[in-house]
Write a protein that binds this ligand. Structure first.
Ligand code: URA
Ligand code: SF4
Length: 236
């Protein structure tokens, strides 16, 4: 199923269509808007070599980034890890202490629970891609600030454009609100399928929250079930 068809289905099913926070068009969206005369011109995926170049460039840019104040306090940037061609893109909030030390996302106790949550739906960390809204740790794990999110957002947009996932899991309130450009509380965002430029987005509880709360485990499981169901429906 191509992106336009998926978008059409999402709209037909009455699923919310969200406008992303930044207006930078994705390369594919730009290609689709070209008014081609004569035989239909297919938007060719870029050659693998170019994609690797783009990916390496992006990774190098992030590791040298000084676009916001977090560059002063981070030990190292956390670009993200996993399969660059993953169907599943998981997006968390920001690195914590362990991530800042190791340079990898979700490696602390919340990360271990996330690994288990993935396992519960038959996925390994190697087959998904895991990234964060912010690539650098906010001191003391405070919430990201709006200017930090704005400064960092382009990197995630580019990761998303290169990976072209079939489903996005927004992990926790900050990731969900940022991706869906809304102030709605998590309780209103989870439990349904959102649409980010043709890619379905399912919001799940943050594992750090689940570790602190005993009450929501059943709802957390329902979120994962919704994710799997959505993936199967939109896999094409
Ligand atoms: N919490 C997050 O949101 N991301 C991480 O990488 C680790 C903990
Ligand atoms: Fe750059 Fe993002 Fe790190 Fe800020 S959080 S310094 S924008 S990589």
């Amino acid at each position: 199923m191509d992106k336009a068809t998926r978008l059409h289905y999402l709209e037909a099913m009455g699923i919310d269509v969200w406008i992303p926070r930044t207006s930078m068009p994705l390369p594919e969206a730009a290609a689709e808007s070209v008014d081609a005369e004569g035989p239909a011109i297919e938007a060719e995926p870029s050659a693998p070599a170019t994609e690797t170049d783009d990916w390496n460039l992006l990774q190098a840019e992030v590791s040298a980034c000084r676009k916001c104040g977090l560059c002063e306090t981070r030990k190292q940037t956390v670009f993200g890890s996993g399969n660059k061609q993953a169907d599943w893109l998981l997006i968390g909030e920001a690195p914590g202490q362990s991530e800042d030390q190791q340079g990898q996302p979700f490696v602390g106790s919340a990360g271990q629970l996330l690994t288990e949550m993935l396992r519960a739906i038959g996925l390994t960390r190697e087959e998904v891609f895991i990234a964060n809204i912010l690539k650098c740790r906010p001191p003391g794990n405070r919430d990201p600030k709006a200017d930090e999110i704005a400064a960092c957002h382009d990197y995630l947009q580019r990761q998303r454009a290169l990976i072209q996932p079939r489903i996005i899991l927004a992990i926790g309130r900050i990731a969900a609100q940022t991706l869906l450009n809304t102030d709605a509380p998590l309780s209103r965002l989870r439990g349904k399928v959102h649409n980010l430029e043709g890619t379905p987005v399912v919001v799940i509880y943050h594992p750090a929250y689940l570790l602190r709360s005993l009450i929501d485990k059943r709802k957390a499981w329902m979120d994962l079930q919704l994710a799997i169901k959505t993936y199967k429906e939109f896999k094409g």
